[in-house]
Design a protein around this ligand. Sequence first.
Ligand code: XMP
Length: 522
Amino acid sequence: MAHQVIVVLDFGSQYTQLIARRIREQAVYCEIHPYTIATDPELRQLRALNPVGIVLSGGPSSVYDDGAPTIVPAVYELGVPVLGICYGAQLTAKLLGGDVRPADRREYGRASVRVKRADGLFKSVPAGEELVVWASHGDHVEGLPPGFVHTAESANCTMSGFASSERRIHCVQFHPEVVHTPRGAELLGNFLFGVCEARGDWSMASFVDEAVARIREQVGPASAGGRVICGLSGGVDSSVAAALIHRAIGDRLTCIFVDNGVLRKGEREYVATIFRDHFKVDLRVIDAEQRFLDKLADVTDPEKKRKIIGYEFIAVFDEEAKTIDGARFLAQGTLYPDVIESVSFKGPSAVIKSHHNVGGLPEKMKLSLVEPLRELFKDEVRQLGLELGLPKHMVSRQPFPGPGLAVRCLGALTKTRLDVLRAADAIIDEEIRAADLYDSIWQSFGVLLPVRSVGVMGDERTYEEALALRAVHSRDGMTADWVQLPYDLLARISTRVVNEVRGINRVVYDITSKPPGTIEWE
Ligand code: XMP
């Protein structure tokens, strides 16, 4: 690997992924590994990664817990700089001979520390200055390990920073990775560039070169005849994966787009325009609308809808793939959070559950997986998409569920009702974008309700269905707040939907957060 690596050893903190993201934002590549790779006395795995720095994350345990996670002290003898954060700091103090006292109670929240030495992490902060930090720690480091000095201290001394500059080991009992530590990025930068002397060689442009080389190596030379097939959904991940693989192997990539009848308005044309017309990708568009709608006829149970769509998608995709000569590889837009969840020792909870994604393809098709986005966070995938020339409009799309409008068209699915929902959804999309709110909202969409109510239009009485408008802010889909959309925007959407869409005569706004609600209605 051409770029330098910082290794984060995960002790189960809810913030571990944030540490990695904050480091990558400063152009230094960073990987998260479970702390268990640092329990073997020889440290084979850790050495093989050849890190320029090691970060020990926070974690929910106390160093006094039975079976509390620990590492071999040899980690501190590798000659590689170490940053201990919260649990990582207490563990460091304990392993290196300091005095760590169990906490009477755990401390969370905003705190203030006074910098004692403008050195190491605090290199850019004059001694004596107070920093606002976010603390979430239990045990308390009473006595420092030999050779360590205090670098920062809180008023009651229960919270501090300590370091041995000579050994390049720096510890803080607060979280520099969270936004509530306003100068956290600067402190991390001091560790990366000051202590680890990192080059800052991680950029999307360099990632493209490395990823292209890796894809070519995996797929083999053109003479070997291997092809990659990629299911395009119109979403960000599969689109970026396809664009990247296309950059690597050109016409040895075949993309398959399945129109399952529950897509948004114009979706098929949208994807075809970008991939076929612009990128000249070998794209097969399968019109399976009728096939899906036949299977879905009279199905109202949400889980049944999901299962049918997932199963049918695999069947359609598989049939098409069989007609592609030399198809030996299947592209998947797996992202880093999914990878970490499967390796992490406790597993961060803050990822969208995998049952939400259509699984089962690789097992069924016996193809080797090409997963070129495995190392990337979502925001990096968007950057990569732009780097590869995908339009901004596409890389900044809001998430859209695999079962599509099927779970937004409540009750029985008919082409007519789906068309009504599509028309309303397009208006919502247009108005949210026109108000310049699209990028700041996690998801905004309409839900067609199988509820009819009476209305008047002109001299006529109407008796039609209602549309629920949903717009939420969220970081990861696990929790969400409804968006306080401006009244004039709500008014415009309502007026336009009722005037322009035959079949809807009433619009309501969903003001439920998650929990207790979910984002989708089904
Ligand atoms: P909920 O409704 O559970 O949704 O709050 C959380 C996030 O997951 C998306 N979602 C799905 N995505 N297949 C998907 O690919 C699904 O079956 C599915 N159901 C919900 C939802 O849009 C939101 O982003």
